[in-house]
Design a protein around this ligand. Structure first.
Ligand code: GLA
Length: 381
C-alpha cells in the first residue's frame, strides 16, 4: 500500500509525501455505551488507512482517494464544505482543528485503506484519526493532545457527517496498542490497557455485507431514546448525568413516564455497562467462558432491546451458539456489518466453513471472514 500511495503522490505532486497511518477497531464488549458515559473495550486492528501528506504553501487542500480513484480540492473556510461525502471526513478534521484555535494550511494528500466500509470496523474513524494525527504533527508541533484529536474526529462526525457518535472509534484508532484492548470510561476519559492474548482462542469477524441505508438516522434515534430515559431518571436522582450513572431500579421507577421503546433501550444500556466490567474481571482470571457468555447476552440485548441487529446477524449469532462457539455478537453500531466471535482454536475452521456455507445457502451471498490482529493505532511511519 505504501508504495502505491507514494507513487501516486509523486505522479500528482512531483515529490514524496510524509506517511501517516491509523487503524480500524474491534470492540470486545461495551456497545452503544460510549455516548451514555459508560465503558467500552475496543482495540485497534490490522486494517487501516494510510496517507502521504505534505503542506503545499497555499490555502487549498488537494486530496486523492486511491480506493475510489477520485480527486477533490477544497479550501479551509466553513463555506467550502465538499459536496461528496468522503472528503467531508478530512474537511471536518481540518475545520475542527481550526475551530479549536489550531493551525491547518493547504496540503496535498493521497490516501488508501483496507478497512471494509460499512462493516462496523470504523473505516471513517480510521480516516479521521490519520488526518487528525498528521495535521497535528505537520502544523501544530504535536501540541494537541491525543484525546482532543479523538474529539476532533468525533465532532467531524457530528458536524459534517450527520452521525451523533460517541468517542469509542476515534479513541481506539488513536490510542490502539499492539496486543492490547483498552477499557475506556467514556465519562471520565480514564483508560486502561489490557493485554489480550487468549490462549487457545481466536477472534474472527464474519461480515454479513449488509448495510442498511437508514443506519445513521436510526443510530441518532437510539441516542435520543437514551437521553430521554436519562432525563426522566434525573428528576428523581439528580446525580444521573448520563444513563450509565443510573441503577436498574431507578429505571423501573420511571417506567410509566417514558415510552416502552425508550425503556427497552435504557434497559439494554444499563446491563451493558455492567457487562464490560464483568468481562474485564473474567479476563483477569482467564475465564473465557464468562467472556463469551457476556458476548451472547450483549447480542440478545442489541437484538431484542436495542433493536440494532438484523436477520443476517441474528442468523450468524444463532449458528455460532449451535456450533458451541464460546462468544458471539453483533459488533459496532449494528444494522448490518459483522459479528465478532470468540472461538476455540480447534473449532475455528469448522465454524468458519459452516458459517460461510449456511449463510450463503440462506441469503444467496457469501459473508466475508476477517481474522483480526490487535495492532497499533495512529502513527507516523
Ligand atoms: C458506532 C459509533 C460509536 C459507538 C458504536 C456502538 O461505531 O461510532 O461511537 O457508539 O457505534 O457501540
Amino acid at each position: 500500500m505504501k508504495q502505491k500511495i507514494q507513487e501516486k503522490f509523486e505522479t500528482l505532486f512531483g515529490e514524496e509525501g510524509i506517511l501517516y497511518a491509523s487503524a480500524g477497531r474491534i470492540n470486545l464488549i461495551g456497545e452503544h455505551t460510549d455516548y451514555n458515559g459508560g465503558y467500552v473495550f475496543p482495540g485497534a486492528i490490522n486494517f487501516g488507512i494510510m496517507a502521504a501528506i505534505k503542506p503545499n504553501g497555499t490555502d487549498t487542500v488537494k486530496l486523492f482517494a486511491i480506493n475510489r480513484d477520485e480527486y477533490v480540492e477544497f479550501d479551509l473556510e466553513e463555506e467550502s464544505l465538499p459536496e461528496q461525502h468522503w472528503p467531508r471526513y478530512v474537511f471536518g478534521v481540518c475545520r475542527e482543528i481550526i475551530k479549536r484555535g489550531g493551525t491547518v494550511k493547504g496540503f496535498n494528500a493521497v490516501f488508501a485503506g483496507d478497512v471494509p466500509i460499512g462493516a462496523g470496523l470504523s473505516s471513517s474513524a480510521a480516516l479521521e484519526s490519520t488526518f487528525a494525527y498528521a495535521l497535528n504533527d505537520l502544523f501544530n508541533n504535536n501540541q494537541i493532545d491525543k484525546f482532543e484529536l479523538a474529539k476532533i474526529g468525533q465532532s467531524t462526525e457530528h458536524n459534517y457527517c450527520g452521525v451523533k457518535c460517541g468517542i469509542m472509534d476515534q479513541f481506539a484508532s488513536l490510542f490502539g496498542k499492539e496486543g492490547s484492548l483498552i477499557r475506556l470510561n467514556c465519562k471520565t476519559g480514564e483508560y486502561k490497557y489490557f493485554p489480550f492474548h487468549p490462549q487457545g482462542y481466536k477472534l474472527v469477524l464474519i461480515d454479513t455485507c449488509v448495510k442498511h441505508s437508514l443506519a445513521d438516522s436510526a443510530y441518532n434515534k437510539r441516542r435520543e431514546s437514551c437521553e430521554r430515559a436519562a432525563a426522566a431518571i434525573r428528576k428523581n436522582h439528580p446525580e444521573v448525568e448520563f444513563l450509565s450513572d443510573a441503577k436498574r431500579v431507578w429505571l423501573d421507577e420511571v417506567r410509566e413516564e417514558i415510552t416502552e421503546e425508550d425503556f427497552l433501550r435504557a434497559e439494554y444500556v444499563i446491563g451493558e455497562v455492567q457487562r464490560v466490567l464483568d468481562v474485564c474481571d473474567a479476563l483477569e482470571r482467564d475465564d473465557y467462558e464468562t467472556v463469551g457468555e457476556m458476548m451472547y447476552q450483549t447480542h440478545f440485548g442489541l437484538s431484542r432491546l436495542y433493536e440494532v441487529s438484523c436477520e443476517e446477524l441474528d442468523f450468524l449469532n444463532k449458528l455460532a451458539r449451535k456450533l458451541d462457539v464460546t462468544g458471539s455478537r453483533v459488533m459496532g453500531g449494528g444494522f448490518g456489518g459483522c459479528t465478532i466471535n470468540l472461538v476455540k482454536e480447534e473449532l475455528h475452521d469448522r465454524f468458519v466453513e459452516t458459517a460461510v456455507e449456511k449463510f450463503t445457502e440462506k441469503f444467496g451471498h457469501a459473508p466475508k471472514v476477517y481474522e483480526v490482529v490487535i495492532s497499533d493505532g495512529a502513527r507516523k511511519l
